[in-house]
Ligand binder design. Structure first.
Ligand code: ADP
Ligand code: MG
Length: 259
């Protein structure tokens, strides 16, 4: 194991007694199919604390994206509760949910959904603009964040002028710029080479730790879990295992997925 990675990993021990930012209680999502109901997410309960960066892993079809979409308030659960900063997403009106999503949640999904006619910088600033918080300081922060993600020279480019990996990093900056309580990322390193993927996930982890946010990252690349504080493993819609200690997490990052 690379010494630099080891050193970074040991710095990430969970700080005790942080407040719970997110809690799911027996959350389920079912879809109708020809063979009856599919339980895409099946009674999943967990907590994420402020300042904690959690990885969500599992085979394709295990329910990771469905879980993330519910956490992002984009999809309603069929049953169960989702509490963000103590508020139940299911009890909110549509208007409250839209507002919560805009102010308290940052997300980047596999299709990064950048606005094609806005530059990289404008795409990031958009989250501040939508919340009525785009001032000079916000603009400087947007530039600094893009620079930190290695895009200092690319801020004036449109998404079509950027590589897939660069677009993904713009999407990550956009997910973080408004300092949301909860940051969600679905496969944020899917189109990055290994070295760049490590850098991006490390920066992502640092930003979550520095700003005391709760972060959840879905990844199929187990090496990336080295930067996280805990790993949740799903299978067939169920949460089947958690990796909590540094040893367990490093074991997983080294390629030992237990079944
Ligand atoms: P993952 O992200 O882990 O690959 P998903 O959450 O995308 O898993 O999917 C979990 C299960 O739910 C799969 O069996 C998938 O086919 C099913 N599923 C996901 N979305 C829908 C949908 N909109 N309608 C019907 N079935 C769905
Ligand atoms: Mg998925």
């Amino acid at each position: 194991m690379d010494a630099q990675i080891m050193e970074a990993a040991t710095a990430y021990e969970i700080k005790p007694r942080q407040a719970v930012a997110l809690e799911t209680r027996r959350v389920a999502k079912t879809y109708p199919s020809d063979l009856g109901l599919i339980r895409a997410v099946d009674d999943v309960s967990f907590e994420v604390r402020q300042g904690e960066f959690v990885a969500l892993v599992g085979p394709s079809g295990s329910g990771k994206t469905t879980m993330l979409a519910m956490l992002a308030a984009l999809l309603s659960p069929s049953s169960g509760q989702l509490l963000l900063d103590g508020m139940d997403l299911a009890q909110m009106s549509d208007i409250e949910r839209v507002r919560l999503r805009r102010e308290k949640i940052g997300f980047t999904f596999q299709a990064n959904n950048l606005v094609p006619y806005l530059t990289a910088l404008e795409n990031v600033e958009l989250m501040l603009r939508l919340n009525g918080r785009l001032d000079k300081a916000g603009r400087v922060r947007s530039q600094e964040l893009l620079a930190r993600l290695g895009l200092g020279e690319r801020m004036a480019n449109l998404p079509s002028q950027l590589s897939g990996g660069q677009q993904q990093r713009v999407a990550i900056a956009r997910a973080l710029i408004h300092n949301p309580s909860l940051v969600l990322a679905d496969e944020p390193t899917a189109s990055l080479d290994t070295e760049r993927a490590y850098q991006v996930v490390e920066t992502f982890a640092n930003l979550i730790h520095e700003n005391n946010r709760a972060g959840i990252m879905v990844t199929h690349d187990l090496r990336m879990v080295t930067y996280t504080d805990r790993v949740l493993q799903m299978r067939d819609g169920k949460l089947v295992k958690q990796y909590v200690t540094r040893e367990e997490i490093e074991g997983l990052a080294g390629g030992r997925l237990e079944h």
